[in-house]
Design a protein around this ligand. Structure first.
Ligand SMILES: C[S@@+](CC[C@H](N)C(=O)[O-])C[C@H]1O[C@@H](n2cnc3c(N)ncnc32)[C@H](O)[C@@H]1O
Length: 216
């Protein structure tokens, strides 16, 4: 389908008709956006999370439910210098890719409810861009290894970014927190509902299906 051209006014006095691609190129040529700001958002992991959890079932559903769960993060060499000054923070945000999330779903039944909810009103991993955020406790940093606790991420999770947790920026007193105000469940650990099926599981399901369909 042909992309519709639209009138854009990129800067004072200048105006032209452009497709979104042309406008993007216009911005790139003039250094108005970073060269890396590609439309397809290629992300590069900055490291990898090592945690005791090999699969979703049994993994805490949030850092609050993972108190004392220790793990580490290896930061790739070229990003090592960015760790300077981080050790002064008690907690850090890990921003990561749910690399083992199952297919995207717009309606999900969250762990803390028995009703189906809109994905964006939940923290479920099966997102269009499967990005997770965890505010973990920073224990120590040795070289390019960061030791943390309160981890709710699976072992091998690709890390996209780290930001310091700053109460002044990140903590608000609020009066409403949606459906979670009346949550009926107190589940602390996940099951495999949002996880991509392993080849083994696919085979087991298939075999189960075959034996259910078999006569006798
Ligand atoms: C409910 S999510 C919340 C994650 C994060 N604290 C957030 O709010 O974005 C936590 C669950 O995601 C699942 N999970 C963790 N790391 C994952 C990964 N790399 N791929 C797929 N699922 C993952 C585990 O089952 C874990 O219990």
């Amino acid at each position: 389908m042909k992309k519709k051209a639209r009138r854009v006014k990129p800067e004072k006095g200048e105006s032209f008709t452009a497709t979104p691609e042309q406008y993007h190129n216009y911005l790139l040529e003039r250094d108005y956006i970073q060269k890396q700001a590609r439309k397809d958002f290629v992300l590069q992991p900055i490291g990898v999370i090592h945690s005791p959890f090999k699969e979703s079932a049994g993994t805490p559903i949030q850092p609050r439910m993972a108190e004392g769960v220790k793990g580490s993060i290896t930061i790739y060499k070229k990003f090592g210098p960015g760790l300077k000054d981080l050790k002064g923070f008690e907690r850090i945000w890990l921003i990561y890719w749910f690399h083992r999330a199952g297919p995207t779903q717009m309606m999900v039944t969250p762990y803390l409810d028995s009703k189906s909810r809109g994905l964006f009103a939940t923290r479920a991993p099966c997102r269009p861009n499967p990005i997770g955020i965890s505010c973990v406790r920073l224990l120590s940093i040795r070289g390019r290894t960061i030791y943390v606790s309160d981890l709710d991420a699976l072992d091998g999770t690709p890390l996209l970014d780290i930001k310091p947790y700053v109460p002044k920026f990140d903590s608000y007193r609020v009066k409403r927190w949606g459906w979670l105000e009346k949550q009926g469940k107190t589940q602390a650990k996940a099951d495999d509902r949002f996880e991509a099926k392993t080849a083994k599981k696919v085979m087991e399901d298939k075999n189960g299906m075959v034996s259910r369909l078999s006569p006798g």
